[in-house]
Design a protein around this ligand. Structure first.
Ligand SMILES: CC(C)(COP(=O)(O)OP(=O)(O)OC[C@H]1O[C@@H](n2cnc3c(N)ncnc32)[C@H](O)[C@@H]1OP(=O)(O)O)[C@@H](O)C(=O)NCCC(=O)NCCS
Length: 187
């Protein structure tokens, strides 16, 4: 049984200790392969979180177990031009055929010792509900072709892989789903 809660982050009210745990977990998780990003520093990461939350439709959810941060997801909405800047190319322009803004899920991570308990499903479902409340119908994200757990997870939720690689990270492909096509997996 899970003894877990999902916190919808309000940047005005978030306790400094919770922000610190979130930043530390973030730095730990991205050191893992295939990411191998050992350059993140908690102090700088906290600034990035604040920036991200202040973007249009910026949202973050944390998984907490007894006040300890054990997972996170966050994202924001982008215009066509902003999406080009994220991807480094215009190959995702077609997502904007029927809409001005698309939601971009920027981050998702669960602490190693808490994996396999469907925490990422709970986090992602919470973020998708928030996206729906904003009236945004299309969600995109990118993940590494070797990140099997993430690939399986997003596939289970109804995301489809696009034949579009990121310009800066060619091993990362883009995925997309329409919010009305997300599977209510485990609900
Ligand atoms: C990807 C990640 C967030 C998954 O978190 P999690 O809470 O352990 O995943 P869940 O328990 O919610 O699993 C959901 C589904 O994902 C898939 N999955 C999860 N772990 C998996 C693994 N080790 N291997 C293959 N598939 C896996 C399964 O399809 C699973 O559904 P199932 O258990 O019904 O078969 C976690 O492994 C992680 O933080 N990895 C490092 C960071 C990362 O890759 N983030 C994603 C960047 S886009």
């Amino acid at each position: 049984m899970k003894n877990l809660s999902i916190l919808h982050v309000d940047s005005e009210k978030l306790l400094p200790e919770t922000m610190k745990m979130w930043a530390e977990l973030y730095c730990e998780i991205w050191k893992e392969p295939p990411w191998n990003e050992d350059f993140w520093k908690p102090r700088e990461v906290k600034g990035e979180f604040r920036k991200e939350l202040s973007r249009p439709h910026g949202e973050a959810f944390l998984a907490l177990e007894n006040q300890k941060v054990v997972g996170f997801t966050h994202g924001y909405s982008v215009s066509c031009q902003e999406m080009r800047e994220v991807a480094g190319n215009g190959l995702l322009n077609k997502l904007f055929k029927h809409t001005n803004r698309v939601y971009y899920i920027d981050e998702l991570g669960v602490a190693k010792e808490y994996r396999g308990r469907h925490i990422s499903i709970d986090l992602t479902n919470s973020l998708i509900q928030a996206v729906k409340c904003h009236g945004i119908t299309c969600i995109t994200l990118r993940t590494d072709m070797q990140a099997m757990a993430a690939r399986n997870l997003y596939q289970k939720l109804g995301f489809k892989e696009l034949k579009v690689c990121d310009a800066k990270y060619p091993n990362r492909t883009y995925w997309v789903c329409q919010t009305n096509e997300v599977y209510d997996y485990l609900r």
